[in-house]
Design a protein around this ligand. Structure first.
Ligand code: BEZ
Length: 393
């Protein structure tokens, strides 16, 4: 069954309270199907990211014959609209009304903060299939909070490392002003400045604003050695095109965490060619697991996979590890968590394990855009673990 809810939020509050009483006795926990609640963006600048995550997740489940731990999966869906203000209410719908066994969400770091809070209050299993907000596997870490993606710190740190090694000295950063951008810059700065570089200016604009022109002009006037940016989804398409249209593509080297060019290359076209980014995935990795994944994904969805599809696929693999250990009885929460904690996820990105804070410890690739692909150019930082500052697990 699919339930798609995104509007009518005030009446929904009352509906949640009313349905909770009914649903309380009807949970799937302990028997029947495993209830998975997707809380993802299906509209707005991150819509394609949400869809890719869901596609990846469903594909893994299909590969297992539609079952995890011997149980069928029942899906519930909420469009979170990348709106942090609606996050607590949306997460509550999935947890209280739909009584899901696990929430799989989300993409946007601000929305993630709301989901983490509600998941912790209700001790509901949460798998984060994208949002990098450092707090989720930092000060707000918890036994029931897992991530199949990355922390915002990680890809930024990897690129700071690369630019310092290349001898760059003076860098300007430009991002959306919210946790994903700010924490990416923090990671970048930490690695870059520790190796002798200097971030001379940090520029930003509100999410999901795409009026980049004034900021691009400001960057050009500073004449830095390079620019480091965080943008993703529809905003990333617009930024890369605006940067090229301003004539800066061959004048100021542009670097980014890989979200700038992942899932976006068809729309970015010539403007993206040659861009270098760091990420925990690349197109055309030399491993058989990835080759099979890419072929199956293209066959199933008539689309090329991207990092978001991989993260969704791996969220399902993590859940499979937990569900398998209890033969699908998700009420045995402590055993589910234990099995997920020690899982070795056979990911298309390369196999990974989780840190103590439940964040992937993984290689970060340096990639270069060539045609419609982010081609791997080697590993920028091997087995990079988020420092998980403030996590007590
Ligand atoms: C975030 O908000 O954490 C995020 C969104 C898109 C891509 C990467 C990170």
């Amino acid at each position: 069954m699919h339930r798609f809810t995104s509007r009518g939020l005030a009446p929904a509050c009352l509906a949640i309270a009313a349905s909770f009483a009914v649903a309380a006795g009807a949970s799937a926990q302990g028997s029947g199907k495993i209830k998975v609640g997707f809380m993802l963006p299906y509209t707005g600048t991150y819509a394609s990211l949400g869809n890719a995550i869901e596609n990846g997740f469903r594909m893994y489940v299909q590969e297992q014959g539609g079952k995890l731990g011997g149980r069928e999966i029942e899906y519930f869906k909420v469009d979170d609209e990348s709106d942090p203000a609606k996050a607590p209410e949306n997460a509550t719908k999935l947890i209280k009304r739909d009584q899901v066994d696990v929430v799989v969400g989300t993409v946007h770091s601000g929305v993630q903060m709301g989901i983490v809070k509600v998941a912790k209050e209700n001790n509901t299993l949460l798998i984060i299939p994208n949002a990098g907000v450092d707090e989720a596997t930092g000060p707000l870490c918890g036994p029931n909070i897992f991530r199949s993606s990355f922390s915002n710190w990680q890809p930024g740190y990897a690129m700071g490392h690369v630019l310092a090694e290349r001898g760059m000295k003076k860098v300007v950063t430009l991002t959306w002003k919210y946790a994903a951008g700010e924490q990416s810059v923090k990671g970048f700065k930490e690695a870059f400045e520790a190796r002798g570089g200097k971030v001379v200016k940090e520029l930003s604009l509100p999410f999901p604003n795409v009026e980049f022109q004034a900021l691009i002009t400001e960057v050009a006037s500073i004449k830095p050695d390079a620019v480091f940016v965080f943008f993703a989804g529809g905003g990333a398409v617009k930024f890369v095109k605006d940067w090229a249209a301003a004539g800066l593509k061959d004048k100021i080297p542009l670097y980014a965490s890989g979200f700038l060019t992942d899932g976006t290359l068809e729309a970015q076209g010539a403007a993206a060619q040659g861009l270098e980014t760091t990420l925990h995935y690349a197109d055309g990795l030399a491993n058989a697991r990835d080759k099979r994944f890419r072929l199956d994904y293209a066959k199933t969805y008539k689309l090329q996979p991207d990092v978001y599809a991989v993260q969704g696929y791996d969220a399902a693999q993590l859940l499979a590890a937990g569900a398998g250990a209890v033969k699908g009885d998700m009420s045995r929460k402590a055993e589910v968590i234990k099995a997920m904690e020690v899982a070795r996820v056979d990911s298309p990105r390369g196999a990974f394990t989780l840190s103590k804070a439940h964040n992937p410890v993984q290689d970060f690739y340096l990639r270069k855009v060539d045609g419609r692909e982010n081609k791997p150019g080697g590993v920028a930082v091997k087995a990079l673990a988020d420092p998980a500052r403030g996590c007590r697990l």
